[in-house]
Design a protein around this ligand. Structure first.
Ligand SMILES: C[S@@+](CC[C@H](N)C(=O)[O-])C[C@H]1O[C@@H](n2cnc3c(N)ncnc32)[C@H](O)[C@@H]1O
Length: 275
């Protein structure tokens, strides 16, 4: 574990590690870090760690006596996390490259489970939450964040208009299913309850993602990575280019009326306890 020595800003590896997290993950991560229990010596599991900004943060914020286990099946992201852990000289991080559907940890052995934008993205959230409940000790807490129904509602409203205009109204149901696939506080609370956990705190907030127009939005690298595939999948692939083109025009028009394209992202941070 590193000491309190100063760090050399001019070192190339310092700049390489300066941008440590996806901007998309940041507002959710801040909500979570504001609420997560922080105690020396605790065992924490980061479920769906991704490239691991939260793992790295908790390893440092809880101190070297703590143990942080990062779990994610995405190999390339865990390689990236391994390089951060090595660079930072952290000795209290373990990486598990696997889905969290079966955790190789004893019952009641964990103080805190965290999941930033994790559980809502898993194929089988019920199984993962069941595992989280199993490994938490009585009194242990799970702290999780998610975006909520209402996510980018301005875009979905424009998409509905596009489907009507292009005579593709039969796909409104698929669009709605995608919107409703996000959690509500009630559905997330129920999911945690079914896993045997009791929700003890719910925090809500929202932020805006702003773009010059639809053209800028649909060419943005992270938007393409995280969202465009889903938007294309609402309609058959033969119609996807036409629909996304029309969506771009609608969003351009909205941006020119409003001065910029602003998409709202409602979010929640739920804390649940193993009783
Ligand atoms: C939206 S990313 C969030 C990553 C990170 N927590 C963050 O906030 O930047 C969701 C992550 O969940 C991981 N994931 C998907 N299914 C999983 C599972 N069954 N168990 C654990 N992680 C899973 C993905 O590989 C991905 O890294």
């Amino acid at each position: 574990m590193p000491t309190h020595e100063e760090i050399d800003w001019s070192a190339p590896e310092v700049a390489a590690h300066y941008d440590e997290l996806p901007l998309w993950s940041a507002p959710f991560g801040l909500m979570l870090l504001d609420r997560v229990p922080l105690r020396r010596g605790q065992t924490v599991v980061d479920v769906g760690a991704g490239t691991g900004f939260l793992t790295v943060e908790l390893a440092q914020r809880c101190g070297p006596e703590s143990r942080i286990v990062a779990v994610d099946p995405w190999e390339a992201s865990m390689d990236r996390l391994a390089s951060k852990v090595a660079f930072l000289g952290l000795t209290n991080v373990e990486l598990v490259v696997a889905p969290a559907d079966a955790l190789d940890l004893p019952d009641a052995s964990v103080d805190v489970v965290v999941s930033n934008l994790g559980v809502n993205n898993f194929d089988d959230p019920a199984t993962v939450l069941g595992e989280c409940a199993r490994v938490l000790r009585p009194g242990g807490r799970l702290v999780t964040t998610t975006n909520l129904v209402g996510h980018m509602e301005q875009l979905y409203a424009a998409y509905r208009d596009v489907l009507t205009e292009l005579g593709l109204a039969e796909h409104q149901g698929a669009l709605e299913a995608q919107e409703l696939h996000r959690s509500t506080v009630e559905s997330a609370t129920e999911q945690l309850r079914r896993a045997g956990l009791t929700v003890v705190d719910v925090a809500r907030d929202s932020f805006r993602m702003r773009f010059a127009d639809g053209r800028a939005l649909l060419r943005h690298w992270f938007v393409r990575l995280a969202f465009v595939r889903g938007w294309r999948a609402v309609v058959p692939s033969r119609d996807a280019d036409r629909v996304l083109g029309a969506l771009e025009e609608h969003l351009d028009a909205l941006a020119s009326r409003r001065g910029a394209l602003e998409l709202t992202v409602p979010m929640a941070c739920l804390t649940a306890e193993r009783r």
